[in-house]
Ligand binder design. Structure first.
Ligand code: SF4
Length: 221
């Protein structure tokens, strides 16, 4: 099996390890006390390089990327580029409702930012066990705000399932159907797609890894 270089479609930028959560499965050890955040000077250098590339999409991840002071500046600068570029925000949902982040969801909607949001399960017990007490309720509230702004409809909102522990996620299509049914029935929430990922390094050969895992570029999910 040969790996071939193809056209680059997405530039993923990790802007730091600062996060409002401390999830059990976090593979970058993000949290509220982390100091590593991308400065404006570095953002400007990234955008300068990105502008000279033909890459159509930039994908912001962290930590909680929204927590860096220049998050909105970053998106505004990307959106001002010509030709226009697509922006993805890897969002943990709860940050959208935290004090100090008022209007953030509206800002993302206004700039047509695609949201890929971590949601480890559709049950309160599993989400809180993995992400912390109260995170499920916060995530549901944030999803309702996003739905009210058109996310899950015309605006792209995708959820991410990633299991804790040394096992692979189940079939993506089946899990997506479960998520859609349960979130709609219990909370009236809609979303576009569910991505199943595995965060942990796995002791398998590369061809096996490529062949068996439906892998999306992950953030800190
Ligand atoms: S998994 Fe994501 S939301 Fe959780 S602590 Fe890590 S960066 Fe934050």
């Amino acid at each position: 099996m040969f790996l071939r270089h193809a056209k680059t479609e997405v530039l993923q930028v990790n802007v730091g390890k600062l996060c409002n959560l401390t999830c059990a499965h976090c593979h970058v050890n993000a949290g509220p006390k982390r100091k590593e955040i991308m400065t404006r000077e570095t953002i400007d250098r990234v955008i300068d390089w990105f502008a000279r590339s033909e890459i159509p999409t930039i994908d912001l991840t962290g930590g909680a990327p929204e927590m860096i002071p220049d998050f909105r500046y970053f998106i505004e600068q990307v959106k001002a580029l010509r030709p226009s570029r697509h922006v993805i925000d890897r969002c943990n949902l709860t940050i959208l409702l935290d004090p100090g982040y008022e209007g953030l969801a509206q800002f993302l909607a206004r700039h047509k930012v695609e949201i890929i949001a971590s949601m480890p399960c559709y049950t309160v017990e599993n989400v809180n066990a993995q992400r912390g007490e109260g995170v499920f309720d916060g995530s549901i509230k944030a999803l309702r705000v996003l739905n009210s702004l058109g996310y899950g409809g015309d605006r792209s909102l995708h959820l991410v399932y990633n299991p804790v522990g040394a096992f692979l996620p189940g079939p993506q299509a089946e899990l997506e159907a479960d998520y859609k049914r349960e979130l709609k029935k219990n909370f009236g929430i809609v979303f576009n797609n569910l991505y199943t990922i595995a965060n942990l390094p796995l002791p398998v050969s590369l061809p096996t890894f490529v062949a068996t895992i439906n892998w999306k570029s992950t953030c800190s999910f």
